[in-house]
Design a protein around this ligand. Structure first.
Ligand code: QZP
Length: 396
């Protein structure tokens, strides 16, 4: 007998990763906090506790890493991020600079070119009809706008997605997904690091705004490349997966696509509903800085706590009919972008990409039919597809 619920589930095993929602239900029902004996760590799967932990950085620290490894015991695979894997005061300094680089003003400057790229791609896609919604839509659009917005050149951009696979698999245990992603490290990591220097970046992009903070004395010349690296780590896979999941959500819920077509102003709230319903980032960790009680269970200091974001976003304690994808629901309050001081700093950029692309598609596409078996791409933290064959039926 134990005073707290115990589960033998392995959230990084393939059966769990390929169909996580029934397991999330099991973990939510087990209690507000569950001991995962497979890894010897605590987990929260309900919205209230996930939200509360994310909102309390003093107790639930990010400085020991937000993956399964405790950076104080296991050497991180790369120098830690100065924003993701940091607490105040370091986090605050980095965040100030990143807030500016990803704020409304630089986003407004990108809007016209993002719109043009979305409309051009949407025209081409409709002309083709049958496409892979992952390679041809979800990857193609961010790859056409994001590297340029950061200020990267064209050479070597094929390294960005392999690097993302490393970043997102490294949050989990050293399983086969981790090893497969890391197989390319020797080629990919040096390229990524080389793009973070001032001379590698265009003088007008988001990267240049970060470097300008060195001149202003806000960060050092040693810190700037690591913050540019954060853009490259966090900015591409996340939006690709969000857009891919959006296409899947609308293809499997044609009435919701019709609702969006009839009322284009729904595009922004609809993207929040996509993120709630099929959250790109499924899991995240924090590390306790002191003993803390969660739902009557005392969690010790220095414990890794696994937060199931995607489960919180489908918790029936928080959402009516959480399994239903409904673009008219109030999805605000989902934790797909996190919560608290680490709330996604790039969300305006992600929302801009989603808005431009989904608006262009909604104006041209009557229906999205799935015409082949969707293939999942297992990852230790992303819920994503490898391919999603669709036919775009043109509006007439
Ligand atoms: C990845 C970094 C969903 C987030 C974990 C994405 C992410 C954010 C930041 C960084 C990496 O700072 O390297």
């Amino acid at each position: 007998m134990s005073a707290f619920p115990v589960s033998s589930l392995d959230p990084f095993a393939d059966d769990f990763l390929s169909a996580p929602y029934p397991f999330y239900g099991e973990l939510r029902e087990a209690g507000p906090v569950v001991w995962l004996e497979r890894y010897g760590l605590w987990a929260c799967a309900r919205h209230a506790e996930v939200q509360a932990a994310l909102s309390d950085w003093q107790t639930f620290s990010s400085a020991a890493g937000v993956g399964i490894d405790d950076f104080r015991r296991t050497k991180p695979w790369r120098p830690p991020s100065l924003i993701l894997e940091a607490d105040p005061p370091l986090h605050t300094r980095s965040r100030t600079v990143m807030n500016r680089a990803l704020s409304a003003k630089p986003m407004a400057a990108l809007r016209a070119s993002f719109k043009e790229a979305a409309e051009k791609l949407a025209d081409e896609l409709v002309a083709r009809g049958r496409v892979d919604a992952i390679a041809d839509i979800a990857e193609a659009y961010p790859l056409s706008v994001f590297p340029k917005a950061v200020g990267l050149g064209r050479e070597g951009v094929e390294n960005l997605l392999p690097y993302g696979a490393m970043v997102f698999n490294a949050f989990g245990p050293r399983n086969a997904h981790f090893e497969a992603a890391m197989a390319e490290a020797a080629k990919v990591v040096p390229w990524i690091n080389a793009q973070c220097g001032r001379e590698a970046l265009s003088p007008v992009g988001i990267g240049a705004i970060i470097w300008a903070a060195v001149d202003a004395g806000e960060i050092t010349a040693e810190e700037a490349p690591l913050l540019v690296r954060s853009l490259l780590s966090a900015g591409l896979d996340t939006t690709i997966v969000g857009i891919g999941n959006a296409i899947y959500a609308f293809a499997t819920n044609p009435s919701q696509w019709q609702a969006l077509r009839e009322k284009p102003a729904l595009v922004r709230p609809a993207f929040d509903e996509v993120l709630r319903w099929e959250s790109p980032i499924q899991t995240f960790f924090r590390t306790t800085t002191c003993a803390v009680e969660i739902g009557g269970v005392e969690i010790p200091q220095d414990a890794k706590v696994l937060l199931f974001l995607a489960s919180a976003n489908r918790d029936p304690r928080r959402w009516d009919e959480p399994e239903r994808f409904d673009v008219n629901r109030r999805a605000a309050g989902h934790v797909a972008f996190g919560a608290g001081i680490h709330l996604c700093v790039g969300q305006m950029l992600a929302r801009l990409e989603a808005e431009m692309l989904m608006t262009a598609l909604a104006a041209r596409v009557e229906r999205i039919d799935i015409v082949g078996e969707p293939q999942r791409k297992p990852s230790n933290s992303l819920r994503q597809f490898a391919s999603l064959p669709v036919e775009l039926i043109a509006a007439r």
